[in-house]
Ligand binder design. Structure first.
Ligand code: NAP
Length: 313
């Protein structure tokens, strides 16, 4: 197979280890699909993995590709793949171990790839997988939120927070949340109320929520507990060893790690196709210029207010 361009790195480390280089993809194995990437989206997990924070799971083989979320066209399928075929327009996520979506070609597990709704652009489709799936698994699968329930989302305008807010509102739940003061109007426009700043006073909101979803991982446990109704649950998606221990104990607190699940990703894609889930695109850059944009996002958390999208054409 001929070489393609991708962003990769030869050792774990900071933004300086990223390279834009040639790479020779290998044919998809059993249960895998190869996709010509049209657009990919950045997530904090991309730089956490590249920094080596998850090397117990991602191993020590280099070079390693970067990036998980993508949208594109299937160009080859491995043995046993029946749901998807060559020429299908899809969106999905590369596995944490393989990564490699910031590329002209990526190989992913079929179960982590679904049909792209025709009315979504490549950029809109690429923005969905990690944040939409994690939000869906928190709000729908774990919390089973429905009309009459109330959720508080800490970091309600990040990728996961915004997705969770829209999915919860679509199910008839009410959503309160925290965001920076300058962005409060955006939360208001989504239908979030009450809206507070990140360092809010929990006593004013005590006992009002069935679910507290901490997307930032910064909410003190006592604050989260104060917000809960009796029998409510706290979901945290930013694990540490101490948080895993707490999560294993009886009580309302649980760490959630998003998992590839075709039905969930398909539900999220459908929600986006129907306009229920909208993820703003803050910036679009071509693959050849993406290292500078990824570095800026990681170091300065800019651009704010939406996803950084990388395009291949
Ligand atoms: N466990 C899993 O499966 C899983 C899956 C996806 C993501 N994650 C993790 O979840 C986190 C959020 O992901 P994301 O994609 O939503 O990231 P994101 O789009 O960068 O959003 C982060 C949000 O947190 C807000 N924020 C900043 N400082 C805060 C604070 N002190 N308190 C509360 N919120 C604060 C940011 O607001 P400003 O923009 O105003 O600064 C932003 O809206 C990341 O750490 C990511 O690695 C975990």
């Amino acid at each position: 197979m001929t070489t393609v361009k991708r962003i990769q790195y030869h050792q774990y480390g900071g933004p300086e280890v990223m390279r834009f280089e040639d790479f020779r993809p290998i044919r998809p194995g059993p249960g895998e699909v190869m996709v010509r990437v049209k657009a990919a989206a950045a997530n904090p997990m991309d730089w956490k993995i590249r920094n080596g924070e998850l090397k117990i799971m991602t191993g020590r083989r280099f070079p390693r590709g970067l990036g998980h979320d993508f949208a594109g066209v299937v160009t080859a399928v491995g043995d046993g793949v029946t749901r998807l075929g060559v020429g299908d327009d899809v969106l999905g996520g590369a596995s944490m171990k393989a990564a490699g979506a910031f590329a002209e070609m990526v190989v992913a597990q079929e179960k982590a790839v679904v049909t792209k709704p025709a009315n979504l652009s490549w950029e809109q489709a690429a923005a969905i997988p990690v944040v939409g799936l994690t939000a869906f698994q928190a709000i729908v699968n774990t919390s089973k939120l429905q009309a009459g329930h109330a959720v508080f989302i800490h970091g309600c305008l990040g990728g996961v927070g915004r997705s969770a807010a829209q999915l919860a509102l679509a199910r008839g739940a009410t959503v309160g949340g925290s965001c920076s003061a300058t962005a409060a109007h955006e939360a208001h426009d989504l239908g979030i109320t009450p809206i507070v700043e990140f360092d809010f006073d929990a006593t004013k909101l005590a006992g009002r929520f069935d679910v507290v979803f901490d997307t930032a991982g910064t909410l003190p446990i006592k604050t989260a507990q104060a917000l809960l109704k009796p029998g409510g649950r706290i979901i945290d998606i930013n694990p540490t060893p101490a948080k895993f221990v707490r999560s294993a104990l009886p009580g309302p607190y649980r760490v959630l790690i998003g998992k590839a699940a075709t039905a969930d990703l398909d539900a999220v894609a459908q929600a986006a196709g129907k306009g229920i889930l909208r993820l703003p695109v803050a910036r679009t850059v071509p693959l050849g210029q993406a290292i500078a944009a990824l570095t800026e996002l990681e170091r300065n958390r800019t651009p704010k207010g939406g996803k950084l999208i990388i395009t291949t054409e």
